[in-house]
Design a protein around this ligand. Structure first.
Ligand code: NAP
Length: 492
């Protein structure tokens, strides 16, 4: 791929592709081949963001008054276009984010399922009626859009996370300013092209690329922005949530994870191993729901570790665009540095580096941000590698004497996003479901994923505000208005 002739992509504001008023752009590179440029993108600032907010205020006037089923018709058109461009979108995701092409294809499918589900909400979006305590009075609830809403997304799902915020927000009649992660703006540009072709009115969906500190802050500070849907790190999300709360904005913040799987001695070991290897190393461990910790009952611990190392050693590492590769590069130099730093910390803390841990520099791999899939055993809850989100292909293994101790270890972190237990014992499964502190709980399945019609989100430092997806998304992106009508006609 040529490094010189790359396209310069623009912001999308008020139905037009425009350059940033800063006059500056920044490059995005392919994490598998860092000499390959994906494109140049606008380095926008606060002024661009405020232009986008003003355009959204205009767009809102039309969109909020468009019947929800008519909004849904545009969503269905966007869905068709996305289907036609599915393979191109998957390749875009892999080339800018790095993940294996099979994961990127699954991400496109997920985005499409979300849009299909959200379009269906255009014909539901229920309120309710209830008897009034007053005579001749009807009481019911109805929904209104929040207004102008900011959408701030991370780089690890550059299409699906924007889609799972934007689709329900649009169906509910909001107008949006979308700020994608600086590392993955190309998928965002393509998503905007899709909605433009589908006929979304000007100003309803605006795209502003550029640094979060400036674009994100301007959204938080603007009094015209009534809500913010954020996904990203706990550090940024916590700050954004508290700054927004001061301004009485409605906010949902989905943040980091340190997801644990418990393997009990009666578990189907093959099933557990499949879920754990995929959960830990799929998408290079860069999923919020990735498996980061495995807590194994002591009677099966050694056998489990032997099998885990065997399975991990067979994973092939390389460019995600080649379907033969299981593990792809990390998404950036920062990510690679952070993962290697944690591997060093784990060794210093006294954990046993049972497999991997190398910075991979052989052959073509030296062109990208590759780190060997890594397994630490002998990990204890007081270690930093047991507590902090690493967000890479690093799995930490703990030994527990029984379910109770395993649950204590699982609950010993500040995060609470996803978790899993492998067991055939229904009583133990329920004990786990009822005591593990995570927003999503799996039994005999990996920590990954979620279905679009069910709520998605975490407890504690993993999430605050209303859940995403399913009907929870409609609750977040709309205001409930309570209506009382006295139809008696005269004073009584
Ligand atoms: P991040 O650094 O927190 O960034 C997230 C978004 O916030 C980016 O668009 C970023 O822009 C923007 N941002 C940065 N500073 C900001 C500020 N001061 N005000 C407003 N916005 C600001 O997170 P990330 O590294 O992109 O993503 C990885 C994290 O996301 C991990 O912790 C992962 O667990 C989490 N995640 C959570 C979920 C979930 O559903 N719970 C799902 C996926 C990922 P720039 O890119 O320009 O910095």
């Amino acid at each position: 791929m040529a490094t010189t002739q790359v396209e310069t992509h623009r912001n999308y504001i008020g139905g037009k592709w425009v350059e940033s008023v800063t006059g500056r752009t920044y490059p995005v590179h392919n994490p598998a081949h860092t000499d390959q440029l994906v494109g140049e993108f606008q380095t926008s600032g606060a002024d661009d963001t405020l232009h986008a907010v003003a355009a959204a205020k205009d767009g809102l006037k039309i969109w909020a008054n468009t019947p929800a089923p008519a909004r849904a018709n545009i969503m269905y058109k966007a869905l068709d276009i996305m289907g036609r461009r599915a393979e191109e979108l998957a390749e875009t995701i892999t080339v800018e984010e790095g993940k294996p092409i099979s994961d990127a294809r699954a991400e496109v499918k997920r985005a499409m399922a979300i849009m299909e589900y959200a379009a269906g909400e255009g014909r539901r979006m229920f309120g309710y009626t209830t008897p009034s305590e007053l005579p001749d009075t009807v009481a019911y609830t109805t929904r209104r859009p929040l207004g102008v809403v900011g959408i701030i997304t991370p780089w690890n799902f550059p299409l699906a996370i924007p889609a799972w915020k934007i689709a329900p927000a649009l169906i509910c009649g909001n107008a949006l300013v979308f700020k994608p992660a600086s590392a993955t703006p190309h998928s965002a540009v393509k998503l905007l092209e899709i909605f433009e072709e589908a006929g979304l009115p000007a100003g309803v969906l605006n795209l502003v690329t550029g640094p979060g500190g400036q674009v994100g802050n301007a959204l938080v500070e603007s009094p015209d922005v009534k809500g913010i849907s954020f996904t990203g790190s706990t550090e940024i999300g916590t700050d954004l949530y508290s700054e927004s709360a001061k301004r009485l904005k409605k906010v949902q913040a989905e943040m980091g994870g340190k997801n644990a799987v418990i393997v009990l001695s009666d578990a189907d070991m093959d099933k557990a191993m499949n879920g754990i290897v995929q959960g830990a190393f799929g998408s290079t461990g860069q999923r919020c729901t990735a498996t980061s910790r495995v807590i194994v009952e002591e009677s099966v611990h050694d056998q489990f570790v032997t099998e885990l190392i065997d399975r991990t050693s067979k994973l092939t590492v390389g460019d995600g665009i080649d379907p033969a590769n299981d593990v792809a590069p990390l998404s950036s130099q920062n990510q690679k540095d952070k993962v290697l730093e944690f591997i060093g910390i784990g060794a210093e803390e006294g954990a046993n580096l049972a497999f991997g841990g190398r910075d991979l520099m052989d052959g073509d791999l030296k062109e990208g941000y590759y780190v060997e899939p890594t397994v630490f055993t002998g990990v204890t809850s007081d270690m930093r590698i047991a507590q902090e989100e690493i967000f890479g292909p690093v799995l930490t293994v703990f030994k527990a004497k029984d379910l109770k101790e395993a649950i204590d270890i699982a609950n010993s972190v500040e995060f609470g996003l996803s978790s899993s237990v492998y067991t055939k014992d229904i009583t133990k499964a329920y004990e786990y479901i009822n005591t593990v502190e995570t927003g999503m709980v799996h039994v005999n399945a990996s920590t990954l994923g979620g279905e679009v019609h069910l709520p998605f989100g975490g407890l504690n430092s993993s999430g605050v505000g209303q859940r995403e997806q399913g009907t929870a998304a409609v609750d977040f992106f709309s205001e409930v208005i309570t209506v009382y009508i006295d139809h008696a006609g005269e004073a009584n």
